[in-house]
Design a protein around this ligand. Structure first.
Ligand SMILES: CC(C)(COP(=O)(O)OP(=O)(O)OC[C@H]1O[C@@H](n2cnc3c(N)ncnc32)[C@H](O)[C@@H]1OP(=O)(O)O)[C@@H](O)C(=O)NCCC(=O)NCCS
Length: 145
């Protein structure tokens, strides 16, 4: 999270994280002790190396319709990991919670993120306002619609 490249298409684009912010972030989610998948952040562990390589989760957005998010270390990009975990989050969240749909937002220039949102079966809805900027919106409903 200290690498500015990770944040180049996110709201933290000029603010790479320092150690303190990273520790506070991890502590926040440990304290929340999530027991449900409708809103959570988790670590991404690479199975082959057993290394912590990023985070993924569902952020609150609309009622029963959270927003999916991922951030991976740069050396782990383009190995299909975000696609693998995104599909799994969608499947498990629909199986184990009452959410009705999941949104995905990406800066229009964030080609990798938009490609992943497409690959995990989300439908493109167009450009809309999100957190004071224009983002490309994607969505998948419980029945895959
Ligand atoms: C977005 C992100 C999570 C994607 O993770 P990833 O594990 O690399 O994604 P995948 O490997 O599953 O898929 C990436 C896809 O984007 C494509 N891609 C990546 N960069 C691209 C580019 N510059 N132009 C065109 N396609 C590109 C890859 O080829 C791949 O598609 P393909 O399978 O059809 O070839 C990762 O790049 C990341 O952490 N970025 C920084 C944080 C971020 O922007 N997060 C998203 C918003 S919160």
């Amino acid at each position: 999270m200290s690498n500015p490249q990770v944040h180049q298409f996110t709201k933290d684009k000029n603010h790479p994280w320092d150690r303190l912010k990273t520790e506070q972030y991890i502590q926040f989610f440990i304290d929340r002790n999530f027991v449900s998948l409708d809103c959570f952040h988790g670590a991404i562990i690479e199975k082959s190396s057993n290394k912590l390589i990023g985070l993924a989760g569902l952020n609150p957005y609309k009622e029963n319709e959270p927003e999916i998010e991922w951030k991976l270390g740069v050396t782990y990009w383009n190995k299909g990991y975000a696609t693998e975990i995104g599909k799994e989050i969608i499947s498990e969240a629909f199986k184990t919670t009452n959410i009705t749909g999941i949104y995905g937002m990406a800066e229009p220039e964030n080609i990798a993120s938009r490609r992943v949102l497409q690959k995990i079966g989300m439908k493109y809805l167009g450009i809309n306002e999100f957190r004071d900027q224009k983002d490309a919106f994607y969505y998948i409903g419980r029945l895959g619609l």
